[in-house]
Design a protein around this ligand. Structure first.
Ligand SMILES: [Zn+2]
Ligand SMILES: [Zn+2]
Length: 214
């Protein structure tokens, strides 16, 4: 497997980050969360000589899939997401396929591994790029904070597990690409987050629920 290249693009009015992720060897590429300004996302791929074959979703909150119908139509890409998000995604794109936990989605000569990370929503996925040393965290982890766990479907205990056990088991130098530009910097590393992010200091489920839950 060779490393994939990650291009981070801020779109829309909610400071959403989308990623265009390509294989520099074959030019095959994926879009993560085509939220808004699909023109800019497609142009970023085209400019690099990349062809988008796949759209990856971190979850199906509106601010992450507002541009999904347009992106799917323009690229003809297959959409990959958590099984419980498939139905929602199919309202916008014709070819949606569920991805298993730890499944590798191949892009050219590289891969993104689906990490199930419930908590913010039950169908949240972080997309891990082992050879690049990067993880796209959606609304699970932001730079210096985390996604909300006050939705009716949120689960604060699952969130602690996703943050501490799933993300906490990745190499600490892994670069974090969050779903929103809410931090001091557009990206960080897991090492930085585990020292500076207050939500990552609370590893006890009860304490976490008291502080962040409903
Ligand atoms: Zn969300
Ligand atoms: Zn969001």
């Amino acid at each position: 497997m060779s490393p994939l290249e990650v291009v981070q693009i801020e779109v829309g009015l909610l400071q959403n980050f989308c990623e265009v992720i390509g294989c520099p060897v074959t030019g095959e590429a994926a879009l993560v969360d085509p939220a808004f300004e699909v023109d800019r996302l497609v142009a970023a791929a085209t400019k690099r000589g990349w062809t988008v074959s796949t759209i990856l979703l971190t979850h199906t909150h509106d601010d992450h899939i507002a541009g999904l119908d347009e992106a799917a139509q323009r690229t003809g890409a297959v959409v990959r997401c958590h099984p419980i998000e498939v139905e929602t995604a199919r309202q916008q794109a014709p070819d949606v396929r569920p991805v298993e936990d730890r499944e590798n989605v191949l892009i050219g000569q590289g891969r993104l591994q689906a990490l199930y990370t419930p908590g913010h929503m039950p169908g949240c996925i972080c997309w891990y790029l082992p050879e690049t040393g990067a993880v796209v965290t959606g609304d699970v982890l932001f730079v210096g904070s985390i996604g909300g766990v006050k939705y009716p479907q949120s689960d604060p205990s699952a969130m602690v597990d996703s943050l501490q056990r799933v993300l906490g088991s990745l190499p600490e130098e892994t670069r974090v690409y969050p779903g929103h530009d809410y931090g001091k910097t557009p990206t960080s590393t897991l090492a930085w987050e585990f020292v500076h992010n207050p939500a990552l200091q609370v590893d006890d489920a009860d304490a976490f629920r008291k502080r962040y839950g409903r």
